[in-house]
Structure formats: C-alpha cells, structure tokens
Design a protein around this ligand. Structure first.
Ligand code: ZN
Length: 248
C-alpha cells in the first residue's frame, strides 16, 4: 500500500479548496447566471459594497453561514484532522491552509488551520478591530459590536480587492519552506494566491501531491496526482490509519 504520508515524524503542509467542501454539500453561491439574487458577486463581496449597503452584504453572508452550518464535515475533512493528530503526537509539524470559509475543517477537529480567505463563522468590528467567533444566524441588521464605539460588524472574510490578513502569507510561506511535503486537495489550481504557493513549493523542490476530482490546471507541477474525491481517497490513501489503530 502506498500512503501519501508514510511516517508521522515529518513536516507537512496541506492546502484545501472548494472541492473538499463540495462533497459536504456546500454549494456555490452563484446561480446558473453567475449572480446572487440578481447581484454580481463583486456587488456583495467588496469593501465598496459594504459601505454602500451593509444590510445587503450581511444578508448574503448570513445565507451562506446558515448553509454552511447545515452541512457536515465529510470523511475527507476527518482524515485531514486525524493526519494532524498523528503527525503532532509523533513530534512532527503540521499546518493546514484552506481557501474555504465554511469552518468545516475546524468542526472536523483540525487545530492548526489558516483560513486564508477568512471564515463565515467569524465577525470583525470595523471600529475596535476585535475578531471573534460568530455563528449567529438571526441578527438585527446591520449588526453592531458591544464595544463602547458600538462599531459596525463585518464578516471576517477577504473580499475582492482586499489583501490576505496580515501575517498569513508569511506564516504559510515559512511553513512551506520548512516542509517535507506539500499536499493540495480539491483546488482548481487557478485561484491566486493559492495557486502561487504550488509554484513556490516547486521552486524549493518540495515533494508535492495533489488530490482532486479533475486534473487541475497546474497538474504538471505535482510529483503525484491522485484523481478522485477527497472523501473517498483520503481515508484510504492519506496515512496508515489502520496500522495505527492496530487493525488486523
Ligand atoms: Zn468593536
């Protein structure tokens, strides 16, 4: 049996994209016409949209929050979380980087996670800057923070035209520089800056593995490509779970 990760005392970086969440039923918020309730996505996911109409923007994100809460982590999310425990308990290093904002990795038990595009389950005060977990789905809109300034809350999401959160890219690049293997799951390979990280890992001659339903646009950059669904492939291929559990 060829496991993707054969021994636990290693430094592993995993990056996931929309594909792993699609298997949990997380739907694209764009309709067949590419619009959300007749709005272009840029009209509900940008700083300009939020200053123009915070209620509209919050309605969009509350709908997505409700939808994400109605979905459950799948076997792929669980396998990634179990890999982390296996690695960490053996003294290795593990970092999960996700492009997904649905919070399913945390719910599956992942601990060291960078949600590079933010989270539907986190809000941020535009006045005092506090960032906090927020799974409320019935809010008086637009919601206000209970700080002295009563600041307007916004989703802690990286919007169109915004940079990643301070420090995230540095932490990710630092982890890739030190890693023994970079595993990419469920991404199309075309969304930057995530796609750039594959180039980065390659330039450092890191071992790279991709698990995806389809060959991604940058498939030639990977040492190993495993075609299939994360929820099916990861439990069987990611690491030797059966040996660990003393099976057989
Ligand atoms: Zn505040």
């Amino acid at each position: 049996m060829n496991w993707i990760v054969e021994k636990p005392k290693q430094r592993i970086v995993v990056m996931t994209g929309a594909g792993i969440s699609a298997e949990s039923g997380i739907q694209t918020f764009r309709g067949a016409n590419g619009l959300w309730e007749n709005h272009r996505i840029e009209e509900v996911a940008s700083p300009a949209a939020f200053s123009r109409d915070p209620v509209l923007v919050w309605n969009f994100y509350l709908q997505r929050r409700r939808q994400a809460l109605s979905c459950r982590p799948n076997a792929g999310h669980l396998a990634v979380a179990e890999l982390e425990k296996w690695i960490v308990s053996a003294g290795g290093d593990f970092l999960l980087v996700t492009q997904n904002v649905d919070g399913l990795h945390s719910r599956a038990g992942s601990g060291n996670v960078i949600e590079m595009h933010g989270s539907l389950m986190t809000s941020r005060c535009t006045a005092c800057g506090q960032i906090f977990p927020d799974k409320r789905t019935d809010l008086e809109l637009p919601p206000r923070h209970n700080c002295p300034e009563k600041g307007l809350l916004r989703p802690h999401i990286v919007w169109f035209g915004e940079s990643l959160f301070p420090g995230d890219m540095e932490r990710i690049e630092c982890a890739i520089e030190k890693c023994d293997m970079f595993i990419v799951i469920g991404t199309s390979g075309i969304v930057y800056p995530a796609a750039g990280l594959v180039n980065f890992a390659n330039s450092l001659e890191k071992r790279t593995v991709c698990v995806n339903k389809e060959a991604p646009a940058n498939v030639e950059l990977f040492d190993t490509f495993i075609r299939g669904e994360a929820g099916k492939e990861l439990p069987q291929r990611l690491f030797p779970r059966k040996n660990r559990e003393g099976d057989g």
